[in-house]
Write a protein that binds this ligand. Structure first.
Ligand code: SF4
Ligand code: MG
Length: 313
């Protein structure tokens, strides 16, 4: 029988601040699962540390609230151990683009089929609003004593450059748009990044709902790429000219920020996933969760030689 959003809610009460963008994101994740009717026994949500890290507590599927910046490696291991699972990663901008940056970059080289959602609010909200890697140089939020002395990174450009095969941005208060982007990220076979603009009313008084939705020169600051005719999808991954053109277009578009802020799918390409590479290397489906570890009560792998080698004499 089909499940509904109410079936996904847990008994945990959120301690997020009133008006936090996280509520819209939570809603969008649950709505995406409901729309796709993802098998709840085969869905896993892995989070890092920060306000966003609490998300798995509120969704009634298997989840791990893991270490700061280590959500992507956990999720990678889970997906490789059982490729039949739908794995969603949740991290904040500090978690993913700061302490977890090495994992964020190198995940791109593997193209494991997982979906990374980054709640991007420009601050470390849980620890009272220090500048995160996405707060631009010279910005002074109400939580900072002085303007930010560091330049920001552009997560979309980084993701495109290091191999993510689905790179998108959405906005926490546009739940409908965010839900559709999350659905597409889940359905995409390969590594997806969805950077989510997420107002933090407690510590970031610059990137507010009013800022994102302000009408500038007769149109809303946030606008949807798909409404402008932009198409980030590579139709033929073997056509290098098309790939180059779509990459350049995405990198250029990802730098637009100010009076106009685009959301939508910047870049999408269908390439072999890590699982595909394993299949082609070993000429069979690799699914460790289905491997037998013993037959007739005897382990299928003999490790006695290894034990002998490491035995303390
Ligand atoms: Fe949301 Fe900011 Fe409060 Fe964290 S500190 S719950 S990000 S409003
Ligand atoms: Mg943050």
């Amino acid at each position: 029988m089909a499940y509904k959003i109410s079936d996904l809610k847990t008994d945990y009460q959120s301690d997020w601040c009133p008006g936090c963008g996280n509520f819209g994101i939570l809603n969008a994740i649950m709505s995406a699962l409901v729309d796709l009717q993802i098998d709840l026994n085969k869905a896993v949500i892995v989070s890092g540390i920060g306000c966003s890290g609490k998300t798995p507590h509120f969704i009634n599927v298997s989840g791990i609230h893991t270490l700061h910046g280590r959500d992507i490696p956990f999720a990678t291991g889970i997906k490789l151990a059982n490729p039949e699972l739908t794995v969603i990663v949740i991290g904040g901008d500090g978690n993913t683009y700061g302490i977890g940056a090495g994992h964020f970059l190198n995940a791109g080289r593997r193209n494991v089929d997982i979906t990374c959602l980054v709640f991007n609010n420009g601050v470390y909200g849980l620890t009272k609003g220090q500048a995160s890697p996405t707060l631009k140089l010279g910005m002074k939020t109400k939580s900072l004593p002085l303007p930010n002395i560091n330049e920001a990174i552009n997560p979309l450009v980084v993701a495109i450059s290091c191999g993510y095969t689905f790179v998108a941005r959405s906005y926490a208060y546009d739940v409908k748009h965010l839900k559709e982007i999350i659905k597409q990220g889940i359905l995409h076979k390969g590594l997806s990044l969805i950077d989510i603009l997420q107002p933090c009313p407690s510590y970031n008084d610059i990137h507010t709902k009013e800022y994102y939705e302000e009408v500038v020169n007769d149109s809303k600051r946030i606008y949807k790429l798909e409404e402008t005719g932009y198409n980030g999808e590579v139709k033929d991954p073997n056509n290098l000219e098309e790939v180059q053109q779509k990459l350049s277009q995405a990198i250029l578009k990802a730098q637009e920020w100010g009076d106009r802020i685009p959301v939508g799918i910047f870049y999408k390409i269908s390439l072999p996933t890590f699982q595909d590479r394993l299949r082609s290397r070993y000429q069979r489906e690799i699914n460790p969760s289905k491997d037998r570890i013993e037959i007739d009560k005897k382990p299928t792998i003999d490790i006695s030689n290894l034990i002998e080698k490491i035995r303390v004499k």
